[in-house]
Write a protein that binds this ligand. Structure first.
Ligand code: EPU
Length: 422
């Protein structure tokens, strides 16, 4: 098992490239299932989660090849529309094959995703959505079975709001299923995340008719068939945000390329409030912090609000703030596994229901810590770069799920991180 040894404190400076978006690539690769033939997705990151999806697509009958031009998915033959438990249990996002397989094959079985370190993550809204299109849904031995009616799925008006707002992958699933349904589907309370818009743009390039992209009201006029395509996905705004915090927490300066600052308005707002300079550049942005870290309150919300996937990283930053901050989770009220680990590094964090009171400390002190999930582990790496001494992060396979060789890339801008296999 790999660990990171991180020497701190360091001051990062230089230029760093953001990889393609993991959360765009996953549903866009699944969308390739909608079109018999060979599609190519470029700018897809080389990550453990993407490899899990590649394995899943192959298990369905598709042929997948990765080379320097991108990921090639040949979905000419899909003869086993089953999302196997062994793959789904490793990656919940596997649920994104539900919509395309239902539309393409008329029947699909996907293992019901189980529990997750960041909290309960039900899929009831996904199921409500495809049911509204006419699918029959039942559970069989831990598998969700969805069956389209004999005449195929039929467009209708669907409301996808839930207790925590809309659902990203649920919107993706219903939108993908609706592309091939008869008539018009209107999704109300659709997720507006840039990754959903990226998928919708990809589907339109395949021949779908979707309007309202990026808004909470998506209108999808069903078409008879979709065509395979070549598509390049957007830069990963969460990785970009993680690098922005890396610049700030190390009191450094980073040019961050291959990202769109327009996707990060809430993040930029909070960083500037905290005291960082954030400038838009031709290829992305430049972030620097030279001075105190001002405390700031943060509430996570659906897009365009502050993303839950950057909550842990900002907590590491605000742990070094000159005063008290309050961070509130409105998407995953239990997504606070990093709190106890950051406290092991001398942070002063106190959980109060869905909020954490962050009492800023003068310095963080290195300690052995344990990664619990993807974004929590990113927060520990950030804290390690700012802390005094050598921090050891265990279970770095969590970080490898979402960041490609993060230690090598951060080391090129001044970090001192060693990967060791123990
Ligand atoms: N929810 C329901 N019922 C549903 C679906 C969701 O109650 O049927 C709830 C969830 O429990 C949560 C909220 O609605 O409280 C939002 O969940 P959503 O469905 O939007 O999450 P997701 O689509 O499963 C994606 C990202 C997550 C990211 C969330 C929120 C992918 C592959 N994953 O998950 O990314 O946190 O949206 O923005 O796109 C990550 O990259 O670290 C990550 C966890």
């Amino acid at each position: 098992m790999d660990i990171f040894e991180i020497d701190g404190p360091v001051r990062l400076s230089g230029s760093i490239d953001v990889a393609g978006s993991k959360n765009s690539a996953l549903p866009i690769l699944a969308a390739a299932l909608l079109a018999p033939g060979a599609s190519t997705v470029s700018n897809a990151p080389d990550l453990a989660d993407i490899r899990s999806l590649e394995t899943l697509l192959e298990s369905l009958g598709a042929k997948v090849l990765r080379n320097e031009t991108g990921l090639h998915v040949d979905a000419s033959v899909i003869d086993n529309p089953v999302g196997d438990y062994e793959i789904v249990r490793k990656m919940r996002a596997s649920i994104c094959i539900l919509g395309p397989l239902l539309a393409r094959c008329g029947k699909v079985k996907v293992s019901m995703p189980g529990g997750c370190a960041i909290g309960d993550r039900p899929v009831d809204i996904h199921l409500r959505g495809v049911k509204a299109l006419g699918a029959k849904i039942y559970l069989e031995n831990g598998y969700i079975v969805a069956e389209a009616p004999a005449g195929g799925l039929v467009g209708t008006q669907i409301f996808l709001g839930g207790p925590f707002g809309s659902t990203v992958l649920g919107t993706d699933n219903v939108m993908m299923a609706a592309t091939l349904a008869k008539g018009t589907t209107v999704i109300e309370s659709a997720a507006c995340e840039p990754e959903v818009a990226d998928l919708a743009n990809c589907l339109n390039a395949m021949g779908a008719k979707i309007t309202g992209i990026g808004s909470p009201r998506l209108v999808i006029e069903g078409v008879k068939k979709l065509n395979p395509i070549k598509y390049s996905i957007i830069g990963d705004r969460i990785e970009a945000g993680t690098f922005m915090v890396a610049a700030a927490i190390t009191k450094g300066r980073l040019k961050i390329n291959n990202c769109d600052l327009d996707h990060m308005l809430a993040v930029t707002d909070r960083l500037r409030f905290i005291g960082a300079e954030v400038e838009k550049t031709k290829t992305g942005c430049e972030v620097a912090l030279d001075g105190p870290i001002h405390p700031a309150d943060i509430t996570t919300q659906p897009y365009p609000g502050f993303p839950t996937d950057l909550q842990a990283q900002f907590m590491a930053l605000l742990a070094l703030g000159e005063g008290n901050s309050v961070i509130t989770e409105k998407i995953y009220p239990d997504r606070f596994m990093h709190v106890a680990e950051l406290n092991r590094m001398a942070a002063n964090l106190r959980k109060e229901g869905p909020s954490v009171i962050v009492a800023g400390v003068e310095k963080l002190i290195a300690a052995p810590v344990m990664a619990s999930d993807l974004r929590a582990s990113a927060a520990l790496v950030l804290a390690g770069m700012a802390a005094q001494g050598m921090t050891t992060v265990q279970r770095v396979y969590h970080i490898d799920r979402g960041y490609h060789k993060i230690e090598e890339r951060l080391n090129t801008v001044g970090a001192k991180i060693r990967r060791k296999n123990i």
